[in-house]
Design a binder for this molecule. Structure first.
Ligand code: HEM
Length: 431
């Protein structure tokens, strides 16, 4: 399905004057990339703990008759807590934003498998929870729906990291990361293990974004080297960028395997919860909000910008639009970078030499190889068990029915072409 007309996302009024100003925007993200700067909290004070406790408690209803009645009871017991929420510290507010986002998504879809009627309705959400959620979303300058940040990046724990404490993305490692608040359960004897499947799905994105931090660091180094006309530094940074892109895409492919995240279960039980598809409450005739989408993965957008890939195709425009679902410092960096996205490529072409050219193209090739593999694997997941089920995807299609495989392929192919066109090739006069 073609992408609907999306409102243009304005680039900053005045793009940063130059690379030095742009480099300052990397600083807030330097340690953890697009993951939150402190490990997510696992508990909340006073009445808010009940919301965290509700997530696993709702699992049987989410896999059965629906969660709405239980959520209305929870809402009545909670009451209006917006003033209490404003007293919480930043990490507590983020944890509360995350759990209210989860509860809104559970209410919105009510149960999995999702019934087609959910696509037509505009549900009346539990009033106190909804007000709290909208208040927190506005305070964090995020849309009033769940996002990659709230549903995934604030919803994990690691054996190695104390909740609420600063960490480095390199410490976020497979085998230690788990979902924190799971809305699926696995009753004894249920070999679908939906709780385990949701856990793996969250892990995929958290671990990928953790590897994305190295992409960000190498990109900043390459930008600085290009700005200073420093050839050895450019070569080193581009080789680091290549290694980082390779590690990030390998991380995705490790978990996106049909027997790990099961392709027969994903579209029916795991994916639907993440979409939203309702307009913003203050713009009821506006475009539907996407929910948590792969489009909001920071690491791949950073790789695109470092390698000078434009955002003109349908998917490119959707990627740019998805930044409205990222946190303000993330959005500020990506938008401010756009006018400067050819800086590294121009340096490689002008004076980078053959080693820089080789590393640049190797990074681009790996990014594009991942795009091809995402297209092929994605098509299998979209087909799922081959039967009619609702829900295609989050950012570019949101539909009741069987997903449009060809539309998905067309969208991806356009982006693959757009990426491949940035190859610099070997120097005419190799040094
Ligand atoms: C499980 C099967 C998957 C399917 C069916 C799928 C499907 C899609 C679709 C339809 C889009 C277009 C945007 C939208 O409408 O939401 C998209 C974009 C994207 N997805 Fe996935 N996706 C899958 C897994 C993943 C995984 C595991 C990752 C990374 C951890 C990922 C990362 C991305 C990225 C970065 C984009 C933006 C396009 C790009 O940069 O090439 N996806 N995906």
């Amino acid at each position: 399905m073609p992408l609907p007309d999306l409102p243009a996302v304005p680039l900053p009024d005045a793009p940063p004057a130059g690379v030095p100003e742009l480099l300052t925007l990397f600083r807030p993200l330097a340690r953890t990339g697009f993951l939150p700067p402190t490990a997510p909290l696992l508990s909340l004070p006073g009445p808010f703990q009940a919301l965290l406790d509700a997530v696993p408690a709702l699992a049987p209803a989410y896999q059965g008759g629906g969660v709405r009645a239980d959520l209305l009871d929870l809402d009545a017991a909670l009451g209006d807590r917006r003033d209490d929420a404003r007293q919480l510290d930043t990490a507590q507010q983020e944890a509360l934003l995350s759990v209210t986002a989860i509860l809104m998504h559970l209410y919105r879809w009510n149960a999995v498998p999702v019934t087609p009627a959910r696509f037509q309705e505009r549900p009346t959400f539990p009033p106190h929870l909804h007000a709290l959620f909208r208040d927190l979303s506005a305070a964090h300058d995020l849309p009033a729906c769940g996002t990659m940040h709230t549903l995934k990046y604030l919803n994990w724990r690691s054996d190695a990291l104390p909740p609420g404490q600063p960490y480095h993305a390199a410490q976020v490692q497979a085998g230690q990361v788990r979902i924190a608040h799971n809305w699926h359960a696995t009753p004894a004897g249920d070999d679908r293990d939906l709780a385990g499947q949701l856990d793996l799905w969250i892990q995929t994105f958290v671990l990928t974004e953790a590897r994305g931090q190295a992409v960000l660091t190498a990109a900043a180094q390459a930008l600085a080297a290009a700005h200073h006309h420093d050839r050895p530094a450019l070569e080193t940074a581009l080789e680091a960028l290549h290694a980082a892109v390779q590690a990030m895409t390998r991380q995705i492919n490790t978990l996106m395997r049909f027997r790990v995240v099961r392709s027969d279960l994903w579209r029916v039980y795991i994916q639907p919860t993440f979409g939203w598809g309702l307009p913003a409450p203050d713009a009821p005739d506006g475009p539907p909000l996407e929910g948590a989408s792969g489009l909001q993965l920071g690491g791949t957008q950073v790789a695109d910008l470092a390698l000078g890939v434009p955002f003109d195709s349908n998917l490119g425009r959707a990627l740019r639009h998805s930044r409205t679902s990222m946190t303000p410092p993330q959005r500020a960096l990506l938008n401010a970078w756009e006018p400067h996205r050819n800086v590294i490529r121009a340096a490689v072409l002008d004076w980078g030499g053959s080693r820089a050219r080789g590393a640049f193209d190797a990074a681009l090739d790996d990014l594009n190889r991942w795009r091809v593999s995402h297209r092929e694997r994605g098509a299998v997941y979209l087909r799922g068990d081959g039967r009619e089920h609702v829900m295609a995807s989050t950012g570019t299609q949101l539909d009741a029915g069987t997903p449009h495989e060809q539309a998905f392929r067309d969208l991806m192919n356009e982006r693959i072409e757009e990426t491949g066109a940035r190859t610099v090739g070997p120097a005419a006069d190799p040094d």
